[in-house]
Ligand binder design. Structure first.
Ligand SMILES: Cc1ncc(COP(=O)(O)O)c(C=O)c1O
Length: 280
């Protein structure tokens, strides 16, 4: 549930009063980018990494960053509650031009929207989730966090329709990522995750996991994962800012490993929780 107060183009106002034009290019074209930043007990987690990814996303769609890092931080601060685990959702679109035209508009300020919501613990965390593999139907700029998420939505819904909770996407026989998550697999005792390229979003949670594994001497490597390797993986997890690390205990109707969250998952989740506490 979003807090009642949100930020829109320089003002804080009640959510119900936050309105944008129907000519906004975010609405008409999905022409914009977004970012999701968790905050534990009011402290933003890996803020600089999220703001750096925001800069890359904006540059990738040729939109100027409307604010400095310090200004962004000042915008977020009044929306956060110190005692709560929450996440900031921010969105920047190419604004509302006088007419609908694919060409970039001139002299059109961007639309900037920010809201803050509670992080609701994800039910699938304890027992694990079912995932289904799907042929990745997305474009070649998946490294940018754009608001044009229709392909991701269709993949996620296809998974839900089959009783799963996440789709794991396959391109040319190899895992890219989840519909809204990055993928890790334990194969021959080694933790693998696909390398960062234009086929995946460079997940902040993913990078934190890799750093934690390296720090604790857990064998972990960036590597392409084929569909057949995924199908015989000892463990599979998906990671994201709002759900953290979620074990996949069933893939395409078959159990992953013994069908329960694995040992390495439990170790990494424990390390992640401890790291999070040290951050908050
Ligand atoms: C497509 C996709 N990949 C990966 C992620 C995970 O990124 P992060 O860990 O930064 O939330 C997300 C998050 O929503 C996502 O939508």
């Amino acid at each position: 549930m979003a807090n009642d107060r949100v930020y829109l183009n320089g003002d804080y106002l009640p959510l119900a009063e936050a309105k944008i034009s129907v000519l906004d290019r975010g609405f008409l074209f999905g022409d914009g980018i977004y970012e999701v930043i968790p905050a534990y007990k009011g402290r933003l987690f890996h803020l600089d990494d999220h703001l750096l990814r925001l800069e890359h996303s904006l540059a990738g769609i040729r939109l100027d960053n409307p604010y400095s890092r310090r200004q962004w931080q000042a915008i977020f601060a009044p929306l956060l509650s110190p005692g709560r685990d929450q996440y900031i959702y921010l969105q920047v679109t190419r604004g509302a031009a006088p007419k609908r035209d694919h060409a970039f508009p001139e002299n059109t300020p961007p639309t900037v929207f920010v809201m803050c919501s509670d992080i609701v613990p994800f039910a699938g965390k304890v027992a694990g989730i079912s995932a289904v593999t799907e042929a990745d139907s997305r474009w070649r700029l998946c490294n940018l966090k754009t608001i044009a998420l229709l392909a991701n939505i269709l993949h996620r819904q296809a998974a839900l329709d089959q009783g799963g909770a996440e789709a794991i996407l396959i391109k040319d026989g190899y895992v890219t990522e989840g519909a809204a998550s990055n993928v890790f697999a334990v194969i021959n005792g080694e933790l693998l995750t696909p390398p960062k390229d234009h086929a995946i979003l460079p997940g902040i949670t993913r990078d934190v996991m890799v750093a934690i594994a390296q720090k604790h001497g857990i064998p972990c490597r960036e590597s392409a994962i084929s569909l057949s390797e995924l199908k015989s993986a000892e463990e599979i997890w998906v990671t994201s800012s709002t759900r953290e690390i979620i074990p996949v205990t069933e893939l395409d109707g078959s159990p992953v490993g013994d069908g329960k969250p694995g040992l390495l998952y439990r170790q990494m989740d424990g390390l992640f929780q401890a790291y999070k506490q040290s951050f908050a």
